[in-house]
Design a binder for this molecule. Structure first.
Ligand code: URA
Ligand code: SF4
Length: 217
């Protein structure tokens, strides 16, 4: 089935409240059907730093707020270690509805990675947030976020921590916006990774957040 995409639901507005309210009614792809609610980004319009994750998880879907579950707690720890106040940061996701499956006979909802089609369908919301906030630096948390702005050929492992620029496709959608980008592993991958590698993965995330802050004017 064709996916209409979010574009027709995105108002001509640079006001985050207006955008978030409109996003509640988005039917740009099929993911709204099974999720509880749209989880829009959160943070001040004045934020110079923007963090972009993949999609809300189980707890975010219930709370209606990004990064408030286990991955969010790890992100909070990393921000503290990098001496960044989360209150100064705009935090969002590429995809605004939780995609999940249920194991047979279980109530537990298991995260499913969004498809490229869903990422592209939802991306107009991210473009609207980028336009409204106009951050100086964007940290892409994980491969889904990185590919959404850097193109589907982007390899996170090859370019982690490098200072990057928008793909031509994303730049065309964001005239006048020219943030530095930095891609780093997703906090969930730090949590899920092998325990002997967890400290190093966490340190890498903190180091990349440090680099991001260092790029701010
Ligand atoms: N993982 C994400 O990518 N985003 C969230 O908001 C929570 C978990
Ligand atoms: Fe709209 Fe994005 Fe939700 Fe799909 S995932 S319905 S495009 S807000």
């Amino acid at each position: 089935m064709a996916v209409p995409g979010a574009q027709e639901f995105v108002p001509e507005s640079h006001d985050l409240g207006t955008l978030a309210a409109a996003a509640r009614g988005c039917r740009g792809c099929g993911l709204y059907r099974d999720a509880e609610q749209t989880v829009f980004g959160a943070g001040p319009t004045s934020a110079k730093l923007m963090l972009v994750g993949e999609q809300p998880g189980d707890q975010e879907d219930r709370a209606g707020q990004p990064f408030v579950g286990p991955a969010g707690r790890l992100l909070d720890k990393a921000l503290i270690a990098a001496e960044v106040d989360r209150g100064d940061v705009y935090v969002t996701n590429v995809v605004k509805h939780f995609k999940f499956t249920r194991a047979a006979g279980s109530k537990r909802r298991i995260h499913k990675t969004p498809s490229r089609t869903e990422v592209v369908a939802c991306r107009p919301w991210l473009f609207a947030e980028l336009t409204a906030v106009a951050p100086e630096v964007v940290v892409l948390l994980g491969a889904t976020a990185a590919k959404a702005l850097m193109g589907s050929d982007f390899r996170l492992t090859a370019h982690r921590g490098e200072v990057l620029e928008l793909s031509d496709e994303a730049a065309a959608a964001l005239p006048g916006s020219d943030p530095y980008l930095l891609a780093t592993p997703h906090p969930s991958s730090v949590l899920r990774g092998p325990s002997d590698k967890r400290d190093a993965a966490f340190a890498a995330l903190v180091e990349d957040l440090h680099t991001a802050v260092g790029l701010l004017a």
